[in-house]
Design a protein around this ligand. Structure first.
Ligand code: FES
Ligand SMILES: [Fe+2]
Length: 448
């Protein structure tokens, strides 16, 4: 674990800045055989959008491994080691076939599971292709994303279906954005709600609604068994009290409520505005692979734009490298704040405060998971609901509190109660859960 190196104690002390301080390799190195890489490989990870799979192969790098993804002409998805196991030609130049992919160099044909179906230049009776297989990973297509399991074959977990991804009447628009920096600095952003007050509101201009600039009362809560973190983020805005619950599920899944939320009316558990993974490409590159959600309860002011979502684009400010350098300097967004930390943030040169409680909790949760896998144990996961879904807590609850005094202690207390009610109802189907949350929140407020 990295410790904070000596702080500078005098003005104009730049010369004394510590040099050559190393990154926290345990949390940031993701290649095969690294402790964190082995841990991340125990989970299904999204690797691309299904829309990226055309009639041509797609070269991908995931967790430091060079791969090729394709959909064969019978509709099956393959994710194979990129270099042909004959003499190493890249399968990104392969020919997508009726069954599997054919290497361009000598025509070897590989099935989606890595079996070698043909070695056409070899003698007809050659046993060569039957003696070994090409490296392949199991995949699963889900709502416009392709997921892969890249861990040891015997340790493959069930594919987790999060309840928030199975809502009725909810459209999910996939997107994928490249961040040229380490996965951890992208991953830890969602448990840091204070950046919304500053980066997204006060520092330059309001990126979303002006209400985001009100300083909230935030509490972080570890999920059962150490499977992640959610936080209650409560603020007063005019006569409403708005509790926003963000969450992160280890190792790299996060959900944020409605990004265009306007807390001007009562709402009971409007769910995620976006659900995303921070997937390491290698130690210094990351893909956010995600969905934006569209339904009648979200974005009441109609600020979202379904057509602006896809590969390296999404419909809110400052999320990609597509803006000019000057635009990024004048109105910095999440992209500038996260990529600007450098290729790999050096934790030992940073200074965590109270507002970074969630970041500290996330790093500790990861470290415990990494060490559990290193010791041969399974990392914790969310226990499924009766419907078989992984329960999540992300959402907004907004209540009219009239002329209640603007007291942060009271706000914290109410936010905590709302967070508890949301967690206690997480085994219910969505419609029932919403109704129960409304009933119990109203009862709590009437009785307090
Ligand atoms: S290198 Fe692929 S078939 Fe020869
Ligand atoms: Fe942000």
């Amino acid at each position: 674990m990295s410790e904070r190196v000596a702080m500078l104690r005098e003005p104009y002390a730049g010369y004394r800045q510590p040099r050559g301080v190393a990154e926290d390799a345990e949390l940031t190195h993701v290649g095969p055989g690294t402790p964190c890489g082995e841990y991340l490989r125990r989970f299904w990870q999204p690797v691309c959008m299904t829309g990226q799979l055309t009639d041509l192969p797609l070269a991908l790098t995931v967790m430091g491994e060079n791969l090729v993804a394709f959909r064969d002409r019978s509709g099956r998805i393959g994710l194979l080691n990129r270099h042909c196991s004959h003499r190493g030609a890249s399968l990104e130049f392969g020919i997508v076939s009726d069954r599997g992919i054919r290497c361009c160099y000598h025509g070897w044909l590989f099935d989606v599971d890595g079996r070698i179906l043909e070695t056409p230049g070899e003698p007809p009776d050659s046993p060569l292709k039957d003696g070994f297989v090409h490296g392949a990973y199991p995949t699963r297509e889900y709502k416009g994303l392709v997921f892969a399991y890249m861990g040891p074959p015997g340790a493959k977990p069930d594919f987790p279906v999060y309840d928030s991804l199975e809502l009725p009447d909810n459209e999910m628009a996939p997107y994928a954005i490249h961040y040229p920096c380490n996965w951890l600095q992208v991953n830890e952003n969602p448990v840091d709600p204070y950046h919304s007050v500053f980066l997204h509101s006060r520092v330059t201009e309001a990126h979303f609604d002006v209400s985001w600039g009100a300083l909230p009362v935030v509490e972080w809560h570890a999920k059962a068994g150490g499977a992640g973190v959610h936080l209650t983020n409560t603020r007063r805005w005019k006569n409403h009290l708005w509790t926003r619950i963000n969450e992160w599920v280890a190792p790299n899944f996060a959900q944020t409520p409605d990004i265009y939320q306007n807390p001007d009316r009562e709402k009971f558990f409007v769910r995620a505005g976006l659900s995303k993974w921070a997937v390491p490409v290698d130690d210094t590159n990351t893909m956010i692979i995600a969905w934006r959600h569209f339904n009648d309860d979200l974005d009441a002011d109609g600020k979202g734009d379904r057509s602006a979502i896809g590969f390296n684009k999404v419909d809110f400010l400052g999320q990609t490298g597509a803006r000019s350098y000057e635009e990024g300097q004048r109105i910095p967004g999440d992209y500038e704040a996260q990529v600007g930390q450098g290729p790999i943030n050096i934790h030992a040169l940073g200074t965590l405060g109270y507002t970074d409680t969630g970041v500290a909790l996330l790093r500790r949760t990861l470290r415990e998971g990494i060490r559990a896998v290193g010791e041969g144990r399974d990392p914790p996961v969310l226990a499924p609901t009766p419907a078989g879904h992984a329960p999540t807590q992300c959402g907004d609850v907004i209540v009219d509190v009239g002329d209640m005094p603007d007291d942060r202690e009271i706000q914290g207390e109410i936010g905590r109660a709302i967070g508890r009610i949301v967690v206690e109802t997480d085994n219910l189907p969505y419609a029932e859960r919403r109704a129960e949350i409304e009933r119990r929140v109203r009862m709590y407020l009437a009785e307090r």
